[in-house]
Design a protein around this ligand. Sequence first.
Ligand code: FMN
Length: 320
Amino acid sequence: MPLPIYFAPLEGVTDAPFRRVHSAMFTGVDKYFIPFISPTQNLIMTSRELHAVAPEHNAGVRAIPQVLTKEAEHFLWAARTLYDMGYGEVNLNLGCPSGTVTAKGKGSGMLTNLPHLEAFLDEIYAHAPMPISIKTRIGFTSPDEFDALLALLARYPVHELIIHPRTRVQFYKGRPHMPSYAKAHEACTRPLVYNGDLFSAGDCEALAAQYPRTKALMLGRGLIANPALARRLAGGPDVTADELRSYHDALLEAYLARYPKNVALGRMIGIMNHLSCCFESPEKPRKAVRKARTLEAYQDAAAALFARCALRENPCFIPE
Ligand SMILES: Cc1cc2nc3c(=O)[nH]c(=O)nc-3n(C[C@H](O)[C@H](O)[C@H](O)COP(=O)(O)O)c2cc1C
């Protein structure tokens, strides 16, 4: 029985138009995590955040909202607001490595102050109206921090514990630290979800075989590059070049309906950077995609990629 597959949240990529188009065209994803909203003392959502979580913009998608804050009161306000919108689960971000976020002690910055994290978790688990899952790194500067973090998290009814086994200082570089994941796999009594560098069906199958108590897999870049990866893992067909073309065109249409042209262009360049990994020798058209400053130049470059490059045998994300 293949494991459930979760689409990782990627701020600036997996927004509402992306989630709608992907879920309409490809099966196999059980949950789509919404990139974080970040409530502040005003206790209002920005229009961008409201658009991201509004149920009408997530119609037909099993979407899970994520909250980034270090204030329990702000978390609880967001959780109650999301609950009233109809959400049945909320995710806490303990992983964001961005300097502007960690400087405020949020995201993976929360891993540097475990007494504060403990007081925060006491409050939110006592008062949230719905189950709370957590997405975390294994520490701020060193995997040695993970034991204390795991012991702390073990005290709460964490709905699902999603582990990205890198430290904050690694950002997305280097390899995931698998001894840390092995520790969690050994010790954790809560449902455990693995995230990090699963780019092919083989990667996912190997992880599930080596860590059989893993309850689900969360995929980000691998699913952006090969949008049919979850379907393939569920026993469905591989992606085809025609499908990728239709998917690309549907995304562009959805972005143009939501954003000004220059924003839609930026979004498409980001997506194409990933999708192009699925093709043989994509370097030349990929370079033209990256250099495109107008929608017209972009469309010419994308058309060249689809026309000239064949699909690779094992289409999957390749880190640069
Ligand atoms: C551009 C970018 C934006 C991201 N935004 C978020 C976010 O909003 N919330 C979050 O928990 N993780 C975020 N992440 C981390 C991803 O969810 C995921 O953990 C990471 O890409 C590793 O998984 P992968 O190897 O399957 O891509 C982001 C990562 C990137 C590269």
